[in-house]
Design a protein around this ligand. Structure first.
Ligand code: HEC
Length: 236
């Protein structure tokens, strides 16, 4: 098998995991898409511009909240708890989720699912291998009985301010340590230095509905997206 990977397989770690076990919940099947594939241009564009905005808002919120309330109180506020999804625009991909995840979680609600874990592992392996880290990852995720979900991921790094709550435990201010221990007893998101890979921002989308129904005979992509023929290998 080449790289049209069933990511569940990678993540499951063994082929045995694929054995049909009806008692197990069905894992989504994810396929890598070359981000430069023109058929995903709209998905990538929507995903990346929203990631830009979310990244900016995250930094702005941290800076402002820490300045207004101090670090320990800011722990109750961050990150972007009231973030709402953008309104669907006709002919554009529809955003269905905005998520953050990481290999080292603070908030268990941010836990990665199997396609997320595969994306985390691509970045992790690139870093470990000393290779270039992809700036963007695109996946098509299929869940039985649901429309295909398109995901755009981008890695995020820590800035010096982030380390005040995500740095080594012994360097955190005492009230920050206390608050974190109280609210996040299983916190794994400490020990970071500035400019380290922290995790991923992910935007999930469904393909746009066609504005006008295509002529009956025309064979072609539904929803303005070409079918994915050859999932591409990600460059490291
Ligand atoms: C005031 C303390 C504080 C600062 C400063 C801070 N964080 Fe966080 N961070 C948190 C808390 C609390 C959570 C868990 C709540 C949540 O899910 O948003 C969290 C969660 C996260 C997560 C989600 C993954 C997880 O571990 O649950 C990411 C990614 C993240 N932070 C990145 C950053 C980045 C990047 C910065 C700097 C721009 C930053 N943080 C600055 C407190 C902080």
């Amino acid at each position: 098998m080449k790289t049209g990977l069933l990511l569940g397989m990678l993540v499951g770690g063994s082929l045995a995991c694929l054995a049909a076990d009806l008692a197990q919940p069905v894992e989504p099947v994810a396929t890598w898409i070359d981000p430069d594939d023109p058929s995903v241009a709209a998905i990538r564009q929507t995903g990346e511009s929203l990631i830009d905005r979310v990244g900016y808002m995250m930094i702005y919120e941290v800076e402002r909240t820490v300045a207004d309330k101090g670090l320990a109180k800011a722990i109750e506020v961050v990150h972007l708890k009231d973030l709402s999804l953008p309104k669907p625009q006709p002919g554009q991909p529809r955003v269905t989720a905005i998520r953050r995840t990481s290999l080292h979680l603070r908030n268990p609600a941010n836990h990665p699912d199997s396609p997320d874990r595969a994306a985390l592992s691509v970045i992790d392996s690139a870093l470990r291998g000393g290779n270039d880290v992809p700036a963007v990852l695109v996946q098509k995720v299929e869940n039985p009985g649901a429309p295909a979900e398109w995901r755009v991921y981008r890695p995020i790094t820590t800035m010096p301010l982030c380390v005040k709550c995500h740095g080594p435990v012994e360097d955190l201010a005492a009230d920050v340590r206390t608050q974190l221990a109280l609210k996040y007893p299983n916190d794994r998101a400490t020990g970071y230095t500035a400019f380290q890979w922290r995790g991923l921002i992910r935007i999930s989308m469904t393909a746009p509905e066609p504005a006008v129904a295509p002529p009956a005979k025309q064979a072609g992509p539904a929803g303005g997206l070409a079918p994915v023929n050859q999932p591409a290998k990600l460059r490291p």
